[in-house]
Design a protein around this ligand. Structure first.
Ligand code: GDP
Ligand code: GDP
Length: 450
């Protein structure tokens, strides 16, 4: 019955939601659900259809009760799935983050060279979607935040499944009444602001730059209600602070509140925690000890924040101890060594005396505003068309249509008739950035051939 249909394999460690996704995929559009003869009992296979295209979904998630170790099972299950499938969905749990088995399966998938989409499941509401960036580290491209349980964003994943299975359908989709526009519309209607979205802030910096001092001052200043909250990543404690402008969650702050813990952390763990915090945050405060200057480690942290795509506010701390000459020296160093964060706000503060700290809230707000902004499709196209007539791309390449597909960070999809050179993409990025007033925020461009 299903002979010749392309096969989509679902892989992932236990409990991430593979079966739930399987049911969701085959349940949609009244697809025929029929167990395939010949598949072993620990595998489920059923036909599914999306936009008139049929394919077979295979969930290899059943665990035979033999003596295999969990690791062994995860590996052999994934191997089998890879052997049979035309493409794979790697399901991970957005609420947990990357675990060892996730990383192991991802490595196998990378080696296999099979087309793979990473599905970050349990994104039951938009507030968690940012967490999907963490999974970029699996090296399998951008992860899609979905809720298999509620069906959220599953349609977007299916669109991409079709694109990978049958490259021709990708074009058909692009010509169909603007699916990306629909995506944009439904995302923009998601109550990003209306929902009590808690701003997640990471305070990062080398040891002794003044993270704890700043954090305790921020709590004190707000005269706030403070409580502990289980962190977004394992073994972490966040601090939820009620401020006048709404709740703020400071990520992984246990060490900042109880000094003993951070001292017990080796540098290695401190670093790891910082990286995790960066992946989970909406905005990162990068503290630099102005008495020391900009070090290689500061540079690495800044690069990492930049890579995670979240806005950054640079804080030059202990500023009160520097004389005029030293101050100039540090600012020069900042411009030289952290030029790529040049657009980010830089505040000169003293966490110890509180000097300059009051400007932090508005700097964070400004950084977030650009980050969350969404431009109307007509405006985006106008900017792109103007940019193209001012300076056409070489070789007749053209952007036919452009839309902002996502926020946080602002992400633009460009539909092009053929490949655009990287230099030209940077030019378009610059124009979008300037004309939409996104100066202080990272942004992404996705290019689709049609
Ligand atoms: P599998 O072992 O990977 O096949 O995972 P299951 O599909 O059995 O799901 C494991 C657990 O996660 C179940 O309790 C599901 O109800 C739950 N789950 C699956 N998808 C979602 C989701 O999108 N959101 C939430 N909150 N829970 C989910
Ligand atoms: P952490 O390791 O990054 O959390 O750094 P701490 O907050 O523990 O600060 C390290 C040291 O720097 C402590 O001795 C602080 O008193 C001192 N410190 C923090 N902020 C300032 C500041 O603005 N000025 C001066 N002079 N010292 C500071």
């Amino acid at each position: 019955m299903s002979a010749g249909l392309p096969v989509v394999g679902i892989v992932g460690r236990p409990n991430v939601g593979k079966s739930t996704l399987f049911n969701r995929l085959v349940g949609r559009r009244e697809a025929v659900v029929a167990p395939e003869p010949g598949v072993t009992r620990d595998r489920k296979a059923a036909e599914a259809a999306w936009r008139g295209h049929k394919f077979l979904v295979v969930d290899t998630g059943g665990w035979s009760p033999d003596g295999d170790t969990l690791d062994g099972k995860v590996s052999s299950q994934s191997e089998r799935a890879m052997a049979d499938a035309d493409m794979l969905l790697l399901v991970v749990d957005l609420t947990v983050g990357i675990t060892e088995p996730d990383a192991r399966i991802a490595a196998m998938l990378r080696r296999s060279g099979r087309p793979t989409l990473v599905v970050a499941n349990k994104a039951d509401s938009g507030t968690r979607d940012d967490g999907r960036w963490e999974f970029n580290r699996l090296g399998l491209g951008e992860a899609w935040a979905v809720s298999a349980l509620h069906g959220r964003n599953v349609g977007d994943v299916l669109d991409h499944v079709l694109e990978l299975l049958e490259p021709d359908t990708g074009e058909a989709l692009a010509e169909a009444p603007d699916p990306d526009g629909d995506e944009a519309a439904s995302e923009s209607e998601a109550p990003v602001e209306g929902e009590s979205a808690v701003l997640a802030v990471a305070i990062v910096g080398r040891p002794n730059v003044g993270k704890s001092t700043l954090f305790n001052r921020l709590i004190g200043d707000e005269r706030s209600v403070v409580h502990d909250q289980p962190g977004t990543t394992r073994d972490t404690i966040d601090t939820l602070v009620e401020t006048e402008t709404g709740p703020v969650r400071f990520i992984d702050t246990a060490g900042m509140r109880r000094k003993a813990r951070v001292d017990a952390d080796t540098e290695y763990y401190a670093n790891l925690r910082a990286l995790r915090a960066i992946d989970a945050c909406d905005v990162a405060l990068l503290i630099i000890d102005a008495t020391v200057g900009v070090t290689a480690q500061d540079q690495r942290l800044a690069e990492r924040i930049d890579g995670a795509g979240c806005p950054i506010v640079v804080l030059l701390n202990k500023w009160e101890t520097l004389d005029a000459e030293q101050r100039e020296g540090v600012l020069g160093e900042l411009a030289r060594r952290l030029h790529f964060v040049g657009e980010s706000p830089v505040l000169r503060i003293s966490a110890l005396t509180g000097r300059g700290v009051h400007r932090l809230a508005s700097a964070v707000e400004a950084a977030m505003e650009a980050y969350k902004s969404r431009a109307p499709t007509a405006k985006v196209n106008e900017i792109v068309q103007l940019a193209q007539s001012a300076q056409p791309a070489p070789g007749g390449a053209r952007v036919l249509y452009a839309t902002q597909a996502a926020t946080q960070p602002p992400t633009f999809t460009l539909f092009v008739n053929r490949e655009l050179p990287a230099t030209y993409l940077r030019y378009l990025e610059r124009r979008l950035r300037e004309d939409l007033g996104l100066a202080k925020t990272p942004l992404k461009l996705r290019v689709r051939r049609r």
